[in-house]
Design a protein around this ligand. Sequence first.
Ligand SMILES: O=P(O)(O)OC[C@@]1(O)O[C@H](CO)[C@@H](O)[C@@H]1O
Ligand SMILES: [Mn+2]
Length: 441
Amino acid sequence: MKLPLQSEYCTKSFAYLTVKDRLPTILTKAVDTVHRHKKTFFEKYGQEGVEAEKRAIGLMSKLRNELQTDKAVIPLTDEFPDAAQWNTYIERQQAALGPEEFPSWFKSSWLFMECYMYRRIHESILLNPPICDFDVFSEAKIQSFFSSQDAILIVCTYLQELQRKIENFEESQLKDEFMLLMQVALWGNRCDLSISGGQDNSQKNNPLASLESLKSFILVDDSERVWNLLVNNWKNKTSQTTPIRVDIVLDNSGFELVTDLVLAYFLLSTQLADEIHFHGKSMPWFVSDTTRRDLDWTLKNLQASNHASLSMCGNMWEQNLHKGVWVYHDHLFWTLPHEFSDMSQDAPDLYSELHKSNLIFFKGDLNYRKLTGDRKWSHTISFDTALQGFHPAPLCSLRTLKADIQVGLKPEQAEQLTLSDPQWLVSGNYAIIQFSDPNPK
Ligand SMILES: O=P(O)(O)OC[C@@]1(O)O[C@H](CO)[C@@H](O)[C@@H]1O
Ligand SMILES: [Mn+2]
């Protein structure tokens, strides 16, 4: 089958508007953030810190100019361990073009160029010790966490109350609570600072109260298939069977990360899973994506809270990491531009790690774009087809739609949505719970 092309820029496409408007805005905010920390760098590192700040800003400003004037993509020059793979990818893009052509911001795939921008921001910091561990998005992520405090308190209090009742639950009650917490984690994905261009995008209203009204906005709902997989594993568990492992490929820190940790804790305390593996990013990414530092900061902040339910969650979750029933990974592949169908070839160690899982949740929109190769599939092509052979384990995408790609819809469903809401693909108002099992039982 001839593969559709990856989304690239045609004027007025969402990709075009992202690169023309939103990415320069995000870059400008990053430059401002570094500039505002000049005094801090001086206090911490003396004149060396001030020089580093100046150089980093110079590199980010150069990057912004390259983006806005459609300059050629240039190789990375820092020592970060993924630089060689990035440069190989850039060479591959170059080789695919004619001798007189070169990959550039407005002539390459959106997925490649958007990932490349964040990797170049990382380079502009890495090349300037002693500020090379500065996270230009940290302030925005912390702000988003605090602006979502009420919602975080609601979901953590709900979990604490659940804990008291779980052991007497019937299977049907377990299922109801699983479905509810999976939907909370699904809608938590709306809190993403890339789509908002860095503007506040925290969870303001009660995340539990709105679930019922949001159900009609879930365009693909494979919840039953996800539940059946989990409950059958749970029922067939014996002392001889291998521990049940669920993986969560994380997306945004802040409220969304808390909803993922709540879901993970529920799976563990109901023994629907025996171990949870989280996959975060190895560098600041798409403004709000979770790094290890964000996870640690979130746990510390919860533990320090005056609210018992928050401090209890923070303590229990940190213990799970110490006990090893929760494991955090941050493979470099997640911050490469590759579609996930490249993983078995370009990151075989990660692919075999994921193959150990009984179920992998992929959170968010960027992960969905990579699951489907960000290709211009027809909306009715099956999810399995769009995965192009990426089948490490049964997987489920929990995604709010923020990019113009969606597969696995029914005939006419996309046309009706376009009539009722022309922005349905990119507004974040619609979502999917989309499941794929390489070996359906
Ligand atoms: O992966 P997430 O956090 O759900 O969304 C990432 C995102 O905001 O960034 C890209 C547009 O700039 C799109 O993939 C999507 O809109
Ligand atoms: Mn994100």
